[in-house]
Design a protein around this ligand. Structure first.
Ligand SMILES: [Zn+2]
Length: 209
């Protein structure tokens, strides 16, 4: 990237060191992060986020709202597995660090990509941010499987028997596509209003996967 013409206000540069902020924004945008997320994570203005996106990619971002599906992790065992890999990493590197939340987010996503190597990255960086928000709101929680002992993410409000393990509760159909084993034998889940909790109640551990 050539020298940036980004203009940050003094207020913006106070929140985090300017270089750290630009490095963070650059890293997120390079991995496909949407300006709305960059703006939120780096606490920069909308105009700055848009301009930075243009400088890095040579064009503006796609129009439209950010796709958001709160129950994405339940849609397939693969979704749940990838979200679990990401958050096991996230939890591990969150301990004993002075990095800010945004830097942990980018570092965790980078490690997720490295863990997957040449395999498809089902979890994109924008979805990873949403999942982080869901964890901090306690919409998602960490579960430890009693069979394979892996730690995976699940929707907290679901009863425990419906918090499926992406390794033990998965099966493949004739096309090789992964599905949840239980879905055709168990009744539809009805959601109840959840209680908001202020702390993350999970103990995800990358080594368990
Ligand atoms: Zn399991």
């Amino acid at each position: 990237m050539t020298e940036s013409h980004l203009r940050l206000t003094p207020k913006e540069s106070d929140i985090l060191g300017l270089k750290r902020k630009l490095d963070l924004a650059k890293g997120i945008i390079e991995k496909g992060g949407r300006p709305s997320i960059v703006r939120s994570v780096c606490q920069i203005s909308k105009a700055s986020a848009l301009q930075f996106h243009k400088e890095i990619h040579g064009h503006g971002p796609k129009a439209g709202l950010l796709p958001y599906d709160p129950d994405w992790i339940t849609k397939s065992p693969e979704n749940c597995l990838h979200a679990s890999i990401y958050f096991n990493i996230f939890q591990k590197i969150s301990r004993n660090t002075t990095a800010c939340k945004g830097e942990i987010y980018l570092a965790a996503y980078t490690l997720y990509e490295q863990t997957l190597m040449d395999k498809p990255k089902i979890l994109n960086i924008n979805r990873a941010w949403h999942i982080g928000q869901q964890i901090s709101m306690s919409y998602l929680c960490g579960m430890t499987c009693s069979r394979c002992h892996s730690t995976y993410v699940a929707i907290r409000e679901f009863p425990d028997p419906y918090k499926f393990c992406p390794l033990c509760d998965a099966t493949s159909d004739s096309t090789g596509r992964q599905k949840w084993k239980q879905l055709h034998t168990r009744p539809r889940i009805h959601r109840t209003k959840r209680k908001k909790k202020s702390h993350i109640e999970t103990s995800l551990n990358k080594d368990d996967l």
